[in-house]
Each structure stands twice: as C-alpha cells, then as structure tokens.
Design a protein around this ligand. Structure first.
Ligand SMILES: [Zn+2]
Length: 277
C-alpha cells in the first residue's frame, strides 16, 4: 500500500513527485528503501492440451506398442511413424486439437504475485487514482479525467461517479447566484424583443453569450459583479439610446401605433399619450 501511494498517488508530496513519471517514482522508492527493484518470475510456455486425454504426457502409447507391428495406410506413414516413434492415432489426435500455446508466470508467494501485478501496471502505463468518495483505488480509463470510481458502494444504487455528479449539481444550484441574475436579464430583454426594441437575432446571439458568461461566473472565472456589468451593458438603455439618436418620438409612435389606432375615436387621450412618450 505504501508503494502504491508512493508511485501512483497524485496527492502524495506533489511538489516533489509531480514532475516524475510512475516509473521514475518506482525507481526512487527502491533507491530510497535501499533494495532491488528486480523481481524474477518463472515464465511457463506450454501446450496444455497434450496433457489431456486421449494423449497423456505420462504414457506414450508408442512406449507400450511395437510400432513396427502396426498396420499402416501406406509405406510413407509407416516410415514416418517408425522414424519419429509416434503412432498414426497420435498424429490424428493432435491434428484435431487447436494446440494454442499457454503462457503463464509462476509466482511463489503472495508478495510476488502482487509485485507482478504492480509491474504489469507500470509496463502498461496504467494511471491509478484514489476515489474521493469511497477511498478505493481505481484505474483511469481513456482520457476521462475523474476523481471518482465507477464502483457502486454498499447500500447505494448508483456508482461514486454518478453520486458525485449529482452532489456537484445540487451544490452548484444551491450557491449559484449567476442563474437568477441571468434569468432577470433574460426576462427584461425578452420583453424588449417582444415589443421589437431588440432584434430576435441579436437576442439569440446575446442569449448564447450570456449563457457562456453565466457558466463562467458559476465556475468562478468571472465575478458576479462583472457578470452583472456585462448583462447591464449588453443592450443600451432604450430611452437613453433614442434620446441620443434623436428619434425617440418616431420610435414611440411606431411602437404604440396599434394602441393609437385603437384609440383613434378618443383623440384627446391619444394626443396626450404621444406627447408623454
Ligand atoms: Zn468510489
């Protein structure tokens, strides 16, 4: 366990060990503990099928039978069997087998076995991380960067990753002030789109940018007041803008044209209304 922490744990003295690869950390561990990093295993290569029936490695039929007395289909087969001391039946039996070679490492102790596994992990550049939820080690798959494993802990219906995502979402929602602020301005500008003070396309562009900024604000990349300043400034104040451009009156007229038409019969009210605008 100490070795796993030393080699794989990113939080173990990161200022010293972060710059080192897992292999370098492993080498350092052995250097520090003044022992050899060398482990030897017995490598076994075998055709295990040869040990099964009808063949047996203990008894070769040819040992008990006089090969020369057997009947053969042809002269060549007889010559071959006599020369190689093998029965025709054995040739047929082996021809039926798949004969996949079997390889294995033989370890003589539990420690050897664990060290073998450890060596395999280093050879295959496996990334190991400690789950921030259940505390167990897990292997990182692909490029997916996560601090949580995909085990389902006892008494849970979802794995650590799913639980963490849910918790994270809840937390984000609970202390997020960017969302209500975004909603406030969304409503304000949506009303202005409705009364055609803001173009639909401009609003769409704004919405995309606002959502991006909202998420950046949620992630702490920009402050809430920066976000608010941006929201406030994204569309110029309607009255001020019209005043500056000097066509407030015309805009007001266009905007309330349906109202004016409806109110035509009562011209005094309409007149005063326009003047007020
Ligand atoms: Zn976990």
């Amino acid at each position: 366990m100490e070795l796993i922490t030393f080699v794989f744990d990113e939080e173990y003295h990161p200022s010293i060990l972060k710059k080192m690869s897992t292999n370098q950390r492993y080498a350092l561990y052995y250097r520090a503990n003044d022992c050899s990093a060398r482990y030897e295993y017995q490598y076994i290569f075998d055709y295990s099928e040869l040990e099964r029936k009808p063949l047996s490695k203990y008894f070769s039929a040819a040992q008990l039978i006089d090969i020369e007395d057997e009947k053969y289909e042809n002269v060549e087969l007889r010559a071959f069997c006599v020369k190689h001391h093998v029965l025709a039946e054995e040739i047929d039996a082996i021809a039926e087998l798949t004969c996949d070679p079997m390889t294995r490492f033989q370890c003589s102790s539990m420690e050897d076995m664990l060290m073998f596994e450890f060596g395999e992990m280093l050879t295959k550049s496996v990334q190991l991380r400690k789950c921030k939820s259940c505390g167990k080690h897990f292997i990182m798959k692909g490029n997916y960067d996560t601090n949580y494993c995909d085990r389902v802990s006892e008494g849970e219906s979802r794995n650590c990753q799913e639980l963490a995502a849910q918790e994270n979402y809840k937390k984000k929602m609970a202390d997020n002030t960017a969302i209500p602020l975004y909603q406030k301005y969304y409503k304000r500008y949506a009303v202005r789109v409705h009364v055609r003070q803001i173009k639909e396309l401009d609003f769409k562009k704004w919405k995309y940018q606002a959502m991006t900024n909202r998420d950046e604000c949620s992630d702490g990349k920009i402050t809430l007041s920066e976000f608010e300043v941006w929201l406030e400034a994204s569309f110029p104040n309607q009255k001020k803008r019209n005043w500056e451009k000097g066509h407030m009156h015309r805009c007001g007229l266009l905007l309330y044209l349906p109202v004016i038409t409806a109110m035509r019969s009562s011209s005094t009210i309409t007149h005063s209304y326009i003047i007020n605008k």
